[in-house]
Design a protein around this ligand. Structure first.
Ligand code: F3S
Length: 394
C-alpha cells in the first residue's frame, strides 16, 4: 500500500495494543487510503463532536459504551464539543428528564475514555490554542475554521468517529489541510462596506459560504479594528454552516495569506449586507434570544451584561458559553447582572444541540449566521435574526 505505517502504528493496526486501537487505526488507514495520504502524522490535541444525545441518539450512545467497555483510552489531550444540556442547570432549562438521563450516559462514556468534558465549540477561549503549523484533529466545523484560519494550526474537518480514532491513536493521516499545497484560496471576496457587529460578520459569512461551497475564501477590505477574534469566529462559523469552509484568509489579519492567481472575485457591499441580513430574519418577535454561537468569550458576556443592565430585554435570553468561561463570568458578576435582567448564562450546550423543540419554544432570536442556518431544520424554530439591540428589544 502507498500509505506507510511506522512500527507503533503497525502494532496498533495488527491489534497488538488492544481492540480499541486496532479498530481506530483501521478507520484512520481507510481514510488515509481514500484521500491518498502517504503517512500518519502525530497530533497534539483532538476535539470530539457527536456529544449531544440529540445528534447521536441511542445508536451513538451504544457505540460509545462499547468502545469504553473495550478499554479505549485517548493518548493525547482530547476535549468535547457542546452536549445537549448544561450539566448543572438542566432542570432549570426545562430539559426533558429522559433526554437528560441519556445525555449523562454519553458524557460518562467519554469521561471513561479519558476525554475532558469541556463541552465547548470555542476551546481557544479556554486556553486550548494550538500554534501556527501545529497539527490537530478537530471536529466541530466552526472550531476547525478558527483553528486553521485564525490560529494557523492545521486540521481537516474531522467527523466524530475519525477525531475519536485519532485521539485513541495519537495520529492522523496526512492529507488535505495538513499539506501546504492545499491551503490556497480560490475565491477573493472584496468587502467594500463597513462591518461593525457580530450580525454583520454573520451575514458576510452566510453570503460567502453559499458561493464558496468547498472553496476557501480570502477577504480584503476588513479593517483590523473591526475584526476581533469574536467576529472572526462568527464569520468562520457562518461560512461553515451555509457552505463547507474549513479555512479562510483575511488580508493583514490571519497568519496565512495564499490566494490563487486565477481566483474568482466577488464583491460584498451595503446592498449585499442589507439583503443577507433581511433574508435570515423572519421579522417575528422571539420568545427566546440565544447569544453565543459559537460559544461566547468572557468579553462578549461582559458586553451583554452591560447592555441588559441598562435596559431589561423584552424576552427570555441565554448566553451560551464554556463552563470555564461561565465560572469566570460568575466571579466577575456578569452572570448575576444577566440573571437580574431575566437571562441565563448557559454552559456545556447551545441553542442548536439542546432539544429546544421539546422545550416550548418556536421563535428563537440569534445574531449568528450558523444558528440562523441550523435552527429551522434541527430545532423547528422560526428565526429572528439581527443585531443584539434589535432582537433583545423587538
Ligand atoms: Fe457552537 Fe452550537 Fe453554534 S456547537 S458553533 S454554539 S451551533
Amino acid at each position: 500500500m502507498d500509505l506507510t505505517l511506522n512500527r507503533e502504528e503497525q502494532r496498533m493496526f495488527d491489534g497488538e495494543l488492544g481492540e480499541a486501537p486496532r479498530e481506530s487505526m483501521e478507520i484512520l488507514v481507510a481514510l488515509g487510503k481514500i484521500y491518498g495520504a502517504k503517512r500518519m502524522v502525530p497530533i497534539t490535541s483532538a476535539q470530539i463532536s457527536g456529544v449531544s444525545f440529540k445528534t447521536i441518539g441511542d445508536a451513538g450512545l451504544e457505540y460509545l459504551h462499547d468502545l469504553a467497555k473495550k478499554g479505549a483510552k485517548v493518548r493525547i489531550p482530547t476535549f468535547l464539543n457542546p452536549a445537549g444540556m448544561d450539566e448543572k442547570q438542566w432542570k432549570e432549562m426545562r430539559i426533558p428528564e429522559d433526554f437528560a438521563r441519556k445525555q449523562l450516559l454519553v458524557l460518562d462514556a467519554y469521561a471513561k475514555m479519558g476525554i475532558m468534558k469541556t463541552c465547548t465549540c470555542t476551546p481557544y477561549f479556554i486556553g486550548i490554542r494550538p500554534k501556527r503549523g501545529e497539527r490537530v484533529a478537530w471536529a466541530e466545523s466552526s472550531a476547525v475554521a478558527f483553528c486553521n484560519s485564525v490560529l494557523g494550526a492545521r486540521t481537516n474537518r474531522e467527523g466524530g468517529p475519525s477525531a475519536l480514532a485519532a485521539a485513541i491513536c495519537g495520529v492522523t493521516p496526512e492529507y488535505g489541510l495538513h499539506l501546504d499545497e492545499n491551503r490556497m484560496a480560490k475565491l477573493l471576496v472584496e468587502v467594500n462596506c463597513p462591518l461593525k457587529t457580530v450580525a454583520d460578520f454573520s451575514a458576510l459569512g452566510s453570503f460567502v459560504g453559499k458561493i464558496a461551497k468547498t472553496n476557501y475564501p480570502a477577504f480584503t477590505g476588513i479593517g483590523k479594528e473591526a475584526a476581533s477574534e469574536e467576529k472572526l469566529k462568527v464569520l468562520g462559523a457562518s461560512m461553515a454552516a451555509t457552505g463547507s469552509v474549513p479555512l479562510f484568509f483575511v488580508e493583514g489579519i490571519t497568519p496565512e495569506w495564499n490566494v490563487s492567481d486565477g481566483a474568482q472575485k466577488v464583491q460584498f457591499g451595503e446592498s449585499e449586507l442589507k439583503n443577507e441580513k433581511r433574508s435570515l430574519d423572519s421579522a417575528m418577535k422571539p420568545q427566546l434570544v440565544t447569544i453565543g454561537c459559537p460559544h461566547a468569550s468572557l468579553k462578549e458576556i461582559r458586553e451583554v451584561a452591560e447592555l441588559v443592565a441598562k435596559k431589561r430585554p423584552t424576552c427570555e435570553f441565554w448566553v451560551c458559553t464554556a463552563r470555564k468561561t461561565k465560572e469566570e463570568a460568575d466571579k466577575k458578576g456578569y452572570t448575576r447582572a444577566i440573571e437580574s435582567a431575566g437571562g441565563r448564562v448557559v454552559a456545556d450546550t447551545c441553542m442548536v444541540v439542546c432539544p429546544l423543540e421539546r422545550m416550548g419554544y418556536s421563535v428563537t432570536g440569534t445574531n449568528s449566521g450558523k444558528a440562523a442556518a441550523y435552527l429551522p431544520n434541527l430545532c423547528k424554530q422560526a428565526v429572528a435574526f439581527g443585531d443584539l439591540e434589535d432582537i433583545l428589544y423587538r
